[in-house]
Design a protein around this ligand. Structure first.
Ligand code: FES
Length: 110
């Protein structure tokens, strides 16, 4: 993986199908999740209390925070389920070619 200040190039085969992977882009920790041939990128910091989302279990297109169980949709970052909190920031994952995605940090809104 190559990183620049606000983006990184990621090869799809570096991301397993059954768990997340943490990636530092500049000073931002990003959690990467692979669903088939798609890649999703969220902040690797749960908005509730900072849990590492890259270490959470995946189910039905969502990741659950390993600390207290808040669930987030991978495709939107939206907090879903019974225990909801703020949505998590979602970053842009743009396919570059058959094997690679460029992850670009989304602007902070708060
Ligand atoms: S830190 Fe994620 S649910 Fe509490």
């Amino acid at each position: 993986m190559e990183t620049a200040a606000a983006s990184a190039l990621v090869r799809l085969e570096q991301i397993p199908l059954d768990r997340g992977v943490a990636l530092e882009i500049g000073r931002t920790s990003v959690a990467l999740f692979r669903v088939g041939d798609e890649l999703h990128a969220l902040d690797d910091m749960c908005p509730h209390s900072g849990g590492p989302l890259s270490e959470g279990p995946l189910e039905d297109g969502c990741v659950s925070c390993p600390w207290h169980g808040a669930r987030f949709e991978l495709s939107s970052g939206r907090s879903v389920g019974e225990f909801t909190c703020r949505d998590v920031r979602r970053h842009n994952a743009r396919r570059v070619d058959e094997h690679s995605f460029e992850i670009t940090l989304a602007p902070r809104t708060r």
